[in-house]
Design a binder for this molecule. Structure first.
Ligand SMILES: Cc1cc2nc3c(=O)[nH]c(=O)nc-3n(C[C@H](O)[C@H](O)[C@H](O)COP(=O)(O)OP(=O)(O)OC[C@H]3O[C@@H](n4cnc5c(N)ncnc54)[C@H](O)[C@@H]3O)c2cc1C
Length: 322
């Protein structure tokens, strides 16, 4: 098991900011993962499971705990036939989505442009262009802090808009403030099982089905390229969409609308900038600190509340003491 000390988290987050993790452990097997959790317990330190760091803001002071990254056996996809797949938590979401697409399975192909891992996607219930990872997930295996493996059914996962049961009440969690300030990660997702439906329609060959799905994905990727600042370090959407309307007529409003209307596109604090391309993205425009990014997101939130009376909720997970 590889254990690094004082590993800069800026190397492991898409914002390219974040101070050192006291310990940084790469676990390739369940045994190694259990050893990493034991290491944390022995040192009386909290632990945190890292995916690809694409929805994460780590404090400049770093994290006085054990960051666990998964590899090896967690990077495997088992294809069990007829649309059934068991996918390790470290598998890049894009790899799985594209593999399913190539076999003509629909339901998750539009998620291929999300840069996280399967574990991070399940934790966040990542979604895009009308698809969500939770929809076709039948089971999740997770390891708790006592080393017990727990199986969650789709129902148990309680998937909602950017929510899952893996975001637990975090008040007692030593990793501290994370995700909307009140929830934290306390279990490590090991793998998830999916049952996908064939997209093949009557009169269409398998090649035509795959070509149709590829065209749909290409359209989504083109939209991403046109609307997201992919050439600058960022962590995707800063805030969640707002739920409006009634139970009968729910409506989601993009935070970017309010942020833009508030005149905040291009607004900077230190090296952090509200993207000029997409108002709901904060970018590291060069030399940003985690504090710059946090201060800017707080400023945006306060300004939008003051001008429009709406409360934005942060989507990005925060780790460490700010
Ligand atoms: C350019 C860009 C575009 C994006 N577009 C989208 C989009 O369209 N839709 C969308 O939903 N998101 C999007 N995101 C955000 C991000 O990619 C997703 O939230 C993704 O699911 C995070 O996965 P990750 O592996 O990077 O998780 P991380 O950022 O590493 O972690 C996020 C949270 O997941 C937890 N986690 C990760 N792995 C595990 C595990 N194995 N067990 C338990 N908890 C775990 C972490 O502890 C943390 O709390 C985008 C980000 C970027 C940079």
């Amino acid at each position: 098991m590889q254990i690094l000390e004082n590993e800069p988290m800026s190397k492991h987050t898409s914002f390219r900011v974040g101070g050192p993790a006291r310990f940084f452990v790469k676990a390739e097997t369940i045994d190694e993962l259990k050893q990493a959790i034991t290491l944390a317990a022995e040192k009386s330190l909290p632990y945190f499971t890292l995916g690809n760091g694409t929805n994460l803001l780590v404090a400049d002071k770093g994290f006085e705990g054990v960051v666990i990254t998964l590899a090896g056996e967690f990077s495997k996809i088992s294809d069990m036939g007829t649309g059934s797949f068991k996918v390790g938590a470290a598998v890049p979401l894009g790899r799985f989505a594209r593999m399913a697409l190539k076999q003509g399975y629909a339901g998750i192909h539009k998620l291929a442009g999300i840069p996280g891992t399967l574990g991070g996607a399940i934790y966040m219930n990542a979604g895009a262009y009308g698809q969500e990872i939770g929809t076709h997930c039948t089971q999740v295996a997770a390891l708790d802090a006592n080393g017990n493996i727990r199986e969650y059914s789709n129902n148990d996962c309680a998937f909602g808009y950017r929510r899952s049961a893996f975001q637990k009440a975090g008040a007692a969690h030593p990793a501290g403030r994370a995700f909307n300030e009140d929830i934290a990660q306390v279990e490590t997702i090991l793998s998830a099982t999916f049952l996908l439906e064939s997209a093949n329609t009557a009169g269409e060959s398998q090649e035509q089905t795959v070509a149709r799905l590829e065209a749909e994905l290409a359209e989504c990727m083109a939209k991403r390229k046109a609307t997201q600042p992919l050439n600058m370090p960022n962590a995707g959407s800063t805030f969640k969409r707002l739920e409006r309307g009634s139970a009968d007529m729910p409506q989601q409003i993009a935070p970017g609308y309010y942020i833009e209307q508030a005149g905040l596109k291009g607004y900077r604090i230190g090296g952090a900038e509200v993207s000029t391309l997409h108002a709901n993205f904060i970018v590291n425009a060069g030399g940003a600190t985690a504090k710059d990014i946090l201060n800017l997101s707080d400023y945006v939130k306060a300004t939008v509340t003051e001008k429009f009376g709406v409360e934005l909720q942060r989507e990005i997970v925060m780790l460490g003491e700010f």
